[in-house]
Ligand binder design. Structure first.
Ligand code: BT5
Length: 248
């Protein structure tokens, strides 16, 4: 496919763009209307939170979806995207898939997928999903050797990115619509259940860190942290540079 000639098609209610290569699918999606999505085979400047680099080599799923949203629900959207990834991975037979607030999908202690949320226009959110499928991220960044995992490592049979796109967008749409209709209680309890078990965590804030027990996520997408004296505090994703699970 020629990178200069992106093509679009209709896919289960989404206007879907497919590209060979792009800087970042989230930036491409910035100009698209609601219920558009874009997938690229590779990204030359894939982004994580706080402008961290996201390795986006061929064989992974690099996807951005534009969804209508209310300002109040913006922080919860990455968790809905994570939930959609967990649901699809589990349907395919993956075990031990879980969420790590605010934007990671983990298999045991390794990162399977990351979500990057952008808000370019009022009323619209761009949800970027990076999912390792059969790519080799550690070739580009050796530090990912023991940190990243791919669907190819955990599924009984190989799956192609193209085959993942439709179920993932379908699941994402159902979850976002359900959230926008106010069905928040059920989704909140599903997100919290996907933490797997009580976890001791350390939050790296700007220059300081806070340790405690993960006590859940609230409806605003904030993390609730309970310290050793039982005192609770809540944190926005924008405040927390890194969440470390400390296994105490
Ligand atoms: C994220 O950031 O996890 C969000 C990643 C979102 C990527 C998607 S791809 C489609 C769309 N277009 C974009 O440009 N972005 C989105 P963060 O929590 O900041 O994690 C970044 C960290 O994850 C890096 O510092 C690495 O340690 C690690 N990392 C980088 N590439 C990885 C990969 N392919 N697999 C696992 N971990 C990776």
């Amino acid at each position: 496919m020629n990178a200069l000639e992106p093509r679009s098609s209709q896919l289960d209610g989404w206007t879907f763009w497919e590209l060979d290569s792009v800087a970042s699918t989230n930036l491409f999606a910035a100009r698209l209307p609601a219920w558009s999505a874009v997938r690229a085979d590779t990204q030359s400047a894939g982004r994580g939170r706080f402008d961290r680099k996201w390795v986006s080599d061929r064989g992974g799923l690099w996807l951005s979806a534009v969804v209508p949203t209310r300002a109040a629900s913006l922080r919860f959207l990455p968790l809905l995207a994570g939930l959609a990834v967990c649901d699809v991975a589990r349907q395919l037979g993956a075990d031990h898939v879980r969420l790590r607030w605010p934007n990671d999908v983990m298999v045991l202690d390794r990162k399977l997928a990351g979500v990057l949320f952008d808000h370019f226009k009022p009323g619209l959110a761009v949800i970027g999903i990076g999912l390792n499928v059969s790519n080799h991220p550690a070739i580009e960044d050796a530090s990912l050797k023991n940190q990243a995992v791919r669907l190819a490592d955990i599924l009984p049979s190989p799956v192609a990115c193209e085959a993942l796109t439709t179920p993932l967008l379908g699941r994402l749409r159902a979850l976002v619509e359900s959230w926008n209709l106010g069905e928040t209680g059920l989704l909140l309890s599903r997100v919290n259940a996907l933490w797997d078990r009580p976890r001791r965590v350390e939050l790296e804030l700007n220059g300081v860190s806070r340790a405690g027990w993960f006590a859940g996520v609230d409806e605003d997408g904030k993390l609730l942290l309970s310290d050793d004296l039982g005192v609770s505090a809540s944190y926005n994703p924008e405040q927390v540079l890194q969440l470390i699970e400390t296994h105490e």
